[in-house]
Design a protein around this ligand. Structure first.
Ligand code: ZN
Length: 187
């Protein structure tokens, strides 16, 4: 990538991590999902309110952790507000590809989320970037009430498993690949 663009992307990520959008409580939330990424110490508490059609009427978060996790949550909430469940899940898959698959061109549908593409060069940060997405996925599944989700168990649940397995196996050491398989079995 052109260095100037890469720099610009980094600035956008830093801006979102320092001044996260949609950060705060959502008192009339239908679902509250506590997301945990023990590998990095990231926490995202995602609050969601659904519209009559089951789409995302409002979405807010609180939490703490690395810049990638917080920026990813901020960018995600901006992108997903007002989206239907199928649209959100399509975005999830596209975003997962963006941060794991270096062969893929970034789909235009991702818009601003494309600033996160550099994460693919840092496999250990993929969970940081995916944490808020795992939380929103859980929010849809849950429908109401409260839930917890951890990157250690929810990894690769909806995305195409084979593609995910390949990227996990090729990017990590043998120990990590084994753990990924165990995780699949737990699913
Ligand atoms: Zn992190």
């Amino acid at each position: 990538m052109i260095p100037e663009i890469e720099e610009l992307y980094q600035e956008v990520i830093l801006d979102h991590s320092r001044r996260p959008r949609n950060f705060g409580e959502l008192p009339d939330a239908a679902v509250l999902v506590h997301g945990d990424n023990p590998a990095c110490g990231d926490e995202i508490h995602l609050a969601v309110k659904f519209d009559a059609g089951g789409g995302l009427e409002d979405i807010k978060f609180t939490g703490h952790g690395c810049a990638i996790s917080q920026a990813s949550a901020s960018l995600m909430t901006v992108k997903l507000k007002g989206k239907s469940r199928p649209e959100a899940m399509e975005m999830l898959r596209a975003f997962h590809d963006l941060v794991t698959n270096d062969a893929n061109e970034a789909p235009k549908v991702l818009g601003d989320l494309r600033v996160m593409r550099g994460v693919r060069n840092f496999p250990q940060r993929v969970k940081c970037a995916m944490l808020p997405w795992r939380a929103v996925e859980q929010a849809f599944e849950q429908g109401a009430g409260e839930a917890t989700v951890s990157t250690e168990l929810a990894y690769c649940r909806t995305v195409q498993r084979r593609a995910c397995d390949l990227s996990a196996a090729s990017r990590k050491g043998p120990d990590d690949a084994r753990r990924t398989r165990i995780r699949f079995e737990l699913d």
